[in-house]
Design a protein around this ligand. Sequence first.
Ligand SMILES: *Cc1c(COP(=O)(O)O)cnc(C)c1O
Length: 379
Amino acid sequence: MKLSTKLIHAGLEPDPSTGAIMTPIFQTSTYVQESPGVHKGYEYARTQNPTRHALQNALASIENGKYGLCFASGSAATDAVIKLLNPGDEVIAANDMYGGTYRMFTKIFQKYGLKFHFINMQDANEISKYINANTKLIWTETPTNPMMNITDIKAVASIAKPHNILLCVDNTFASPYLQNPLDLGADIVVHSATKYLGGHSDSVHGCLIMNDEKLNEQLAFIQNSTGAVPGPQDCFLILRGVKTLHVRMQRHCENGEKIARWLKKNPKVDKVFWCGFEDHPNHEIAKKQMRGFGGMMSFTLKDDSMEAAYKVLSSTKLFALAESLGGVESLIGHPASMTHASIPREERIKNGLVDSLIRLSVGIEDADDLIDDLANAIG
Ligand SMILES: *Cc1c(COP(=O)(O)O)cnc(C)c1O
């Protein structure tokens, strides 16, 4: 079945009690049993909920995976993966990933005896230098946030496999419409469904998708034991959002390309980071593993000061100044003071995340209106 059809039909059955075509919001905490242990497969809503089940199945299917697990946020999904590990285990992670993931690894999990190596993953061969008998997980994100670097998922998987190291890919920026990491050899895909999957900036949600039955069992055990599950209303909203992922992503890609090319010609703009440019250092890999280049990009100003960035950030009218991304409406953000404020300044500048760096999540409005808005703000 093709993705557009799966997005609308996968994992969904009409409600057996009424025929409702939409999976109802099962707003219940428990389920009545006929006699002790005799029930319809549902006992308690932290463990099982029909709205969540429908979404888990739909997400598994659109990522070409066998199993899906939903969480209260992308961060809760990430947290569950790290809880697979034991003290003394080591993780190799990308050095320019989502700031909140970096914060969780360094501020929460380091103190439980896990060791994290943050490295540049654009050269997959770098990874081998950090592998030892304790390495249990490789964590990567592609395209990266906010520098739009690309990791070659297949190359990383081929390094991880012979050592039995799990490879987890944060696929939030690409969405399953543009990229399917499981097909490229990843073991686990993580999404902040808050972003493109939901697509309407109206709920916080996360998920994991995998193929391995044992891994699913372990992660479902963590999901149930630690309890960071989403409510049924949020599951319903993500299910509804997913149905239009393909049409939204088509427009995100079209608008993204128009805006990236326009920014590149603007005399006040210094660099534009978007993986669709032919001269992007990882463009060939992006072309190979993605079906399009999306609506996420960042750029720097020739005047590399906080003030110059602040002027642009506070002057746009359509691009709303806000954290998050992937919604139908366009957002503008300042990684240095917003999403990536928890990364020390020297650390972020080393990775190109300078003071004037501005990130755009290009929405699905009319591209000409968006360009006019940026033209006015950049001046
Ligand atoms: C937002 C985001 C997360 C965290 O997800 P939440 O739903 O906000 O907890 C993780 N990874 C990436 C790439 C993100 O953009």
